[in-house]
Design a protein around this ligand. Structure first.
Ligand code: LLP
Length: 412
C-alpha cells in the first residue's frame, strides 16, 4: 500500500506535508516513511514467528545508511551483492554475522574481505565460484559457510530483465548438479554446506511461481538428507511484488504463510531476502514542473527529474503513479511527463490526466525501491536529496549532490 495520502487538497507522508518537504529540501527529492518501512519488515517477522527464520533485507533495493540503520535496529539481516554493500551495512550498524553474500561475480577481494568480516554465508552460483572460495578459505586457514543457489527453471511471469530463475538466465546452479555438488562439499576441508537457496526474480505478483520454487527446494533438501547431508537453512530469496498500478500481489502475511506451510514439518531455518516489498511502497520521489509544452501531437509536462534520477520507467517501461502534491480545481489534460535528459526514453509516465501549472510539485509514488539506488550522474546531473519522515519530522539522510561533487574525482 502506498504511504502517500491526501488530507483535503495536500499530499502527505505520515504527518508531514510533502509541499513543505519540497520547499525545504528542493527537488528532485526522495522521501521515505519510517513507519511504512518498519511495518513492512515487521509483517515478515510476525508472519514467520512460529518457525526459525532470518529476514535478510536486499540492500540493493535501497542502500541509504539511515534506511539500513533503521532495519538493523529491528534486528534485520542483510543480503548483499558487493563489498560496497557490505561496508554500507557495517557503517549503518548492521551485524556482518547476519549478512548473506549473493551474486554471480564475486571478486577475490570481495570474497576475502567478506570472510575477514565473518559474514554468515555465501550464496554460491557456480562450480568455479565454489573452487575460488575454497582456495581463498584455505589460504586464510578458515572454514566458510556456503549455500548453493539453485536455478529451479521456473517462470516468475515478470519483466524479462528481472526474471532470474529460468534455465537460460545466468543465475544459480543447474538443478541436476546440486546433489552431486552437495556430496562433494561434504568432504571439502574449508567449506561447510549450510543451506540451499533460490531467487527466481523480482516484482512477482502471483503465489504460484514462489510455491513451485519452494517445492524444488524442498525436494533438494530431502534428497540431500537421504545422502546424510543435513543443511540448516532454506533460502527462498526475495521477489515479492508490490502494487504500482493495478497489480494484486499477495499480502506479505499471505505469501509467507503459504511458504511456511511447506517447511513447517522440517527442522530447518527459513531465510528470506525481500527488498522491494519492504521499501518500495515506503517512498516517493518529489519533482517540480518546469514547463508545460503543447505540440500538435501531445501535451508534455517537463519536470526537473530525469531518467538518471529514476530509471525504472525508461529501463522497464515501468508504470508508477504520478500525483499532484497540491490538488487544483482547474481543467485536467492528458500529458506525458518527461525529464530534462537528452533521450526520448527520458519519461516518468505517459498519458496521465492532471490539472497542473509550472511550479507545481508532483510525487512519483512507490519509488522507495530501485529508485535512488539505480540513479546516476548521466547528463552531469547531481543526484537527488533523500529525506526520511518520522511522523511530523523530516530528516535529510543524504544531501543533494553539488556541482563540485560531480568532478571531485577527476583530473585534467
Ligand atoms: N535476492 C537476490 C539474490 C536478488 O537478486 C534480489 C533482487 C533480491 C533478493 C530482492 O528482490 P526484491 O524482493 O526486491 O524483488 N531493478 C529492478 C529490480 C532488480 C532486482 C534484482 N535482484 C526493478 O527496479 O524492478
Amino acid at each position: 500500500m502506498s504511504c502517500l495520502h491526501y488530507r483535503e487538497t495536500e499530499l502527505y507522508i505520515e504527518n508531514s506535508r510533502l509541499k513543505q518537504v519540497a520547499e525545504k529540501f528542493g527537488t528532485p527529492c526522495y522521501v521515505y516513511s519510517s513507519s511504512a518501512l518498519a511495518s513492512n519488515w515487521q509483517a515478515f517477522d510476525e508472519a514467520l514467528k512460529s518457525i526459525p527464520h532470518r529476514i535478510c533485507y536486499a540492500v540493493k533495493a535501497n542502500s541509504n545508511l539511515a534506511i539500513l540503520h533503521q532495519l538493523a535496529k529491528l534486528n534485520s539481516g542483510f543480503d548483499i551483492v558487493s563489498l560496497g554493500e557490505l561496508e554500507r551495512v557495517i557503517a549503518a550498524g548492521g551485524d556482518p554475522k547476519k549478512v548473506i553474500f549473493s551474486g554471480i561475480g564475486k571478486s577475490e577481494i570481495e570474497i576475502e574481505q567478506a570472510i575477514k568480516k565473518k559474514i554468515h554465508c555465501f550464496n554460491v552460483e557456480s562450480e568455479a565460484e565454489l573452487e575460488k572460495l575454497h582456495q581463498i578459505a584455505s589460504r586464510l586457514n578458515t572454514t566458510v559457510n556456503v549455500a548453493l543457489r539453485v536455478n529451479p527453471n521456473i517462470d516468475p511471469h515478470t519483466h524479462n530483465y528481472i526474471s532470474t530463475g529460468l534455465k537460460e538466465n545466468k543465475f544459480g546452479i543447474e538443478i541436476n548438479k546440486i546433489i552431486p555438488l552437495g556430496r562433494q562439499l561434504a568432504s571439502a576441508s574449508h567449506l561447510r554446506l549450510i543451506g540451499i537457496a533460490s531467487h527466481i526474480g523480482s516484482q512477482i505478483v502471483k503465489l504460484n511461481p514462489f510455491l513451485s520454487a519452494a517445492n524444488r527446494l524442498l525436494d533438494i533438501y530431502l534428497e540431500l538428507r537421504k545422502s546424510g547431508i543435513n543443511v540448516q537453512h532454506i533460502n527462498v530469496g526475495g521477489g515479492l511484488g508490490i502494487t504500482y498500478h493495478d497489480e494484486h500481489p499477495p499480502a506479505i502475511a499471505e505469501y509467507v504463510k503459504a511458504l511456511q506451510q511447506k517447511f513447517l514439518k522440517h527442522p530447518v531455518e527459513i531465510i528470506i531476502e525481500p527488498g522491494r516489498s519492504i521499501v518500495g511502497n515506503a517512498g516517493a520521489l518529489l519533482t517540480r514542473i518546469e514547463y508545460l509544452k503543447h505540440t500538435s501531437q501531445k501535451n508534455f509536462v517537463i519536470v526537473d527529474t530525469g531518467m538518471n534520477d529514476l530509471l525504472r520507467p525508461a529501463l522497464y517501461n515501468a508504470w508508477q503513479a504520478i500525483l499532484p502534491v497540491e490538488l487544483r480545481n482547474s481543467e485536467k489534460r492528458t500529458y506525458d511527463i518527461a525529464g530534462p535528459v537528452c533521450e526520448s526514453a527520458d519519461f516518468l509516465g505517459k498519458n496521465r490526466t492532471l490539472a497542473v501549472q509550472p511550479g507545481d510539485y508532483l510525487a512519483i509514488d512507490s519509488a522507495g525501491a530501485y529508485g535512488f539506488s539505480m540513479s546516476s550522474n548521466y547528463n552531469s546531473r547531481c543526484r537527488p536529496a533523500e529525506v526520511l519522515i518520522e511522523n511530523d519530522k523530516m530528516r535529510l539522510i543524504r544531501r543533494r549532490e553539488t556541482i563540485e561533487d560531480l568532478f571531485a574525482l577527476e583530473k585534467i
